[in-house]
Design a protein around this ligand. Structure first.
Ligand code: NAG
Ligand code: NAG
Ligand code: NAG
Ligand code: NAG
Ligand code: NAG
Length: 351
């Protein structure tokens, strides 16, 4: 039994190393000569690099750029790297990856590490070829916002860390491709709000960290409505401020927040005459939702008039037989009366 297992293991290891040898990445490409290459892994750390090397072999699975001067990831920097699973620091590899007691998931997860650079700009679709990538670490950079298409294509990404940047906005849909996302960390940024609309609708987060952001509780009402649907979160951390106090995001009760009123739909209204030209009044109410908790009232008029025409007047119409002049006169008087009524009503409703 034991010998059989050993034999199997030896064969497996041999096969693996042959495979690895066969696909080994040489560090001979221009721009990679200062890096350390091991199998399909490339480590370019602490080299003062200003750019990501342009000729990274397509078979690369591991890429480390920790501690450089990289300021941008453009649309082609990482294109075609479909095998890329991590961009990692060697320290992480040595000290953490093989440590006993560290969850297997962490040891075997390939990840991307860009931390301690100066990345302030990431082009749309910069990561779009990295469908194998499971972990992306972008901590300690100068990222100011996450636009909608920056992270598109990262369908396998499980862990995303954006700590210690200057992020003040995350556009709706920014994480919409990240359906495998399990751990998200955006600590120490400049976020005042995180909307539920940034996430994939099927996302199943386990860990969410928003510590050290100037979050405003009532500016993220939809987040607090969405948050209970994430049943599997075992770790969640962050504070938000409102009503002059600071509240843990896990215990904030959104029902205290002011709600601004929104108009409902206009009523259709009916034409004031059964034939000829008339006026149709349409109404709407500030009820979708009504304002509450000192929220703002709806802005604008609650009534609207439009001219209407109910077709040519024939002899069967009411009031036929009267001279057209007198009828027009009557309508005009009635109109101006209604105008005054309308304006008065509008004024009192929206003072
Ligand atoms: C994008 O960055 C790569 C290096 O990462 C560089 O070789 C290439 O010229 C850049 N392309 C543009 C359009 O700036
Ligand atoms: C944080 O964001 C606000 C706008 O929301 C901006 O005025 C301020 O300069 C930002 N602070 C930093 C340190 O980036
Ligand atoms: C939580 O995890 C379980 C097991 O992986 C899964 O079946 C369930 O759908 C998850 N819940 C949510 C809300 O995603
Ligand atoms: C918050 O503090 C300011 C200034 O100290 C005060 O004017 C305001 O009424 C307070 N608001 C609430 C909701 O307590
Ligand atoms: C939030 O506050 C409302 C009203 O004060 C209360 O009815 C509701 O149970 C609270 N929700 C939670 C989750 O504490």
């Amino acid at each position: 039994m034991k010998i059989g297992t050993m034999l199997f293991k030896t064969i497996a290891v041999l096969t693996l190393s042959i495979l690895k040898e066969g696909y080994a990445v040489p560090c001979t490409e221009p721009g990679l000569t200062m890096c350390v290459c091991r199998g399909t892994e490339i480590y370019c750390e602490g080299l003062n690099l200003a750019h990501i090397p342009s000729n990274i072999p397509k078979i690369t699975t591991v890429l480390s750029f920790q501690v450089n001067q990289i300021s941008a990831i453009n649309a082609t920097s990482l294109s075609g790297l479909t095998s890329l699973k991590r961009i990692v620091s060697s320290t992480y590899q040595c000290s953490t990856a093989f440590t006993k007691g560290v969850p297997l998931e962490r040891q075997n997860t390939w990840h991307a590490l860009f931390n301690a650079n100066k990345i302030s700009s990431i082009d749309a679709d910069a990561f779009s070829d990295l469908q194998s990538l499971e972990l992306l670490l972008l901590e300690s950079n100068k990222i100011k916002s996450i636009d909608a298409n920056v992270l598109s294509g990262l369908t396998s990404l499980k862990t995303l860390r954006l700590d210690y940047n200057d992020i003040s906005s995350i556009e709706d849909g920014a994480f919409s491709d990240l359906r495998s996302l399990s751990k998200l960390s955006i600590d120490r940024n400049n976020l005042t709000t995180v909307s539920a609309n940034v996430f994939n609708k099927d996302v199943d987060l386990r860990s969410l960290s928003l510590r050290g952001n100037p979050l405003v509780c009532c500016a993220m009402a939809d987040f607090f409505e969405w948050r209970p649907s994430q049943n599997n979160i075992t770790y969640s951390s962050g504070d938000c401020t409102d009503f002059n106090s600071t509240t843990d995001i896990n215990s904030f009760n959104v029902s205290k927040c002011p709600i601004d009123g929104q108009w409902g739909a206009w009523s259709a209204g009916t034409c004031s005459v059964t034939c000829g030209n008339g006026i149709r009044y349409r109404n709407r109410r500030c009820d979708s939702p009504p304002s509450s908790n000192n929220g703002q009232d709806c802005i604008g008029s609650s009534t609207l008039y439009v001219l209407c025409n109910s077709g040519v007047c024939t002899e069967s119409c009411k009031g036929s037989g009267k001279k057209p002049e007198s009828k027009r006169m009557k309508t005009r008087k009635w109109k101006s009366y209604q105008y005054r009524q309308l304006n008065r009503r509008g004024d009192t409703r929206n003072k």
